[in-house]
Design a protein around this ligand. Structure first.
Ligand SMILES: Cc1ncc(COP(=O)(O)O)c(C=O)c1O
Length: 447
């Protein structure tokens, strides 16, 4: 589908060292230390399709993709071209005015979203979209209680953080929003026991991302939907990681035959170039916003520039059949991962997957960072799950080709073999696979 690009900049290890030093001094030294220990002290320079180059010249297949932000690939030429055109004509726009780009994108989102989700409020990032979803749920129902899931992840802003399923993220900031409760993910009975007449909404990821690529039982979301319907509570599905084709459908809820009342999307909507998020909901719920349309505002939420780019992202996904392609590449990846897992039951306990939302569950927590390290040596950028270090997320851009899936599988196999053999803990000596190609005369500055 795409040609494997060549290195197009002059590697610069001194500039890389300086960037890491400045990052440590002016941002956070511990972040630099942690990333270095996992072989992830990478300074991204050239970005191209599924590939990213470290400033020192090493090439990686990006399987982290900022947790699902680069579905159309990094600097996809068609999206870059649309961005250039947009920037020639537009800017962020005036958030208090109506906008042609916002209107067009909201209309398109109504077309691709599950039936009945026809109204949109834009934001800049995922946390903001979740915050608004929860505000809308409380505002529209007049009820206080919100139920989320243990190990769930919805971002670090106010309402979203209150719904975080990991205590260590919440504790230092308590007291957070009142009346938030979390129940185990995948357990309908636990949800039924918690949902009551005071519940405004249940918020879930259809597949937990940071929780370790947890695909729930096939009837789970239907059970939750029924529990909500029994008491008039709303169902919010956070598709910020799972949406935009990641799982082989536009939205993961389609796999489970469930339509939420509110859906949040972000990340890949911006085509890897601009921040934009959307909270999409039913016309019934929009009634709450009619008396005061200024009750929720965001200066840069759904900027004209970002909306123009997001429209091109959606057109690209539709016109290239990217979602069907993602489903096929997911099957190829999973088949190969199962072979590797069968050969290494001591290292890999389970392969988890829905489309190209894929995870490897290791036999122990400590293997997450060690495998990140080994994979980096073999030319793959992959990071273990935030709330579940024993699970490696493999979420490459959906444009990945068969050949690139095979490269990835070979790299994973080699990384597991090196881990088992206890070799390779030498950052200064990258393996043959990751050695950079001979630089071409430097024509394009990458960073
Ligand atoms: C499911 C989910 N919801 C919300 C967020 C928060 O998004 P953002 O970091 O853009 O605020 C994330 C980010 O990874 C996410 O994966």
């Amino acid at each position: 589908m795409i040609e494997r690009p060549e290195l197009n900049f002059e590697p610069d290890t001194a500039a890389k060292a300086a960037a890491l030093d400045d990052f440590a001094t002016y941002i956070n030294p511990q972040k630099v230390r942690v990333l270095k220990a996992a072989g992830l002290d990478i300074i991204e320079a050239q970005r191209d399709g599924v590939w990213v180059w470290d400033l020192d010249g090493r090439r990686f297949l990006d399987c982290f993709t900022s947790a699902g932000s680069f579905n159309v690939g990094r600097r996809n030429p068609r999206i870059v071209k649309a961005a250039h055109a947009a920037i020639d004509e537009l800017d962020n726009g005036n958030f208090l005015l109506c906008s042609r780009q916002k209107a067009e994108l909201a209309k398109k989102l109504a077309e691709i979203s599950p039936a009945g989700l026809t109204c949109t409020t834009f934001g800049t990032g995922g946390g903001e979209a979740v915050d608004f979803a929860l505000k809308l749920a409380r505002g529209a129902t007049g009820r206080p209680k919100i139920i989320s899931s243990v190990n769930g992840y919805h971002g670090h802003t106010g309402f979203a953080l209150s719904a975080a399923g990991r205590e260590s993220f919440r504790r230092p900031f308590e007291p957070l929003m009142p009346r938030f409760e979390a129940v185990p993910f995948g357990d309908v009975a636990a949800m039924e026991a918690c949902v009551d007449a005071e519940t405004a909404a249940v918020i879930l990821e259809p597949v937990q991302g940071e929780g370790g690529i947890v695909v729930p039982p096939s009837d789970y979301l239907r059970g939750v939907r029924a529990a909500c319907d029994r008491v008039g509570a709303l169902l919010i599905l956070d598709e910020i990681q799972t949406g935009m084709g990641r799982t082989g459908k536009w939205f993961a809820s389609e796999h489970f035959g469930v339509v939420p009342d509110i859906m949040t999307i972000a990340k890949s909507l911006g085509g890897s170039l601009v921040p934009i998020s959307a909270t999409i909901y039913t016309e019934d719920l929009r009634e709450f916003l009619i008396p005061n349309p200024f009750i929720h505002l965001s200066t840069f939420g759904g900027s004209d520039l970002a909306c123009a780019i997001a429209l091109e992202v959606i057109a690209y996904i539709e016109e290239t059949g990217l979602i069907e392609h993602a489903a096929l590449m997911g099957q190829r990846l999973v088949a190969g991962l199962r072979v590797i897992a069968d050969a290494h039951p001591d290292v890999i306990a389970e392969v988890r997957s829905l489309g190209l939302m894929t995870g490897l569950k290791y036999t122990e927590d400590g293997l997450g960072p060690r495998m990140s390290y080994q994979l980096a040596r073999h030319g793959v950028l992959a990071i273990y799950s935030g709330n579940e270090p024993s699970v490696m997320r493999l979420m490459p851009p959906l444009i990945i080709t068969e050949g690139e899936v095979d490269f990835l599988l070979e790299a994973i196999d080699a990384a597991v073999n090196d881990l088992v053999a206890g070799v390779g803990f030498d950052v200064a000596a990258p393996s043959e696979r990751t050695k950079r190609r001979p630089p071409r005369p430097a024509s394009v500055s990458a960073s």
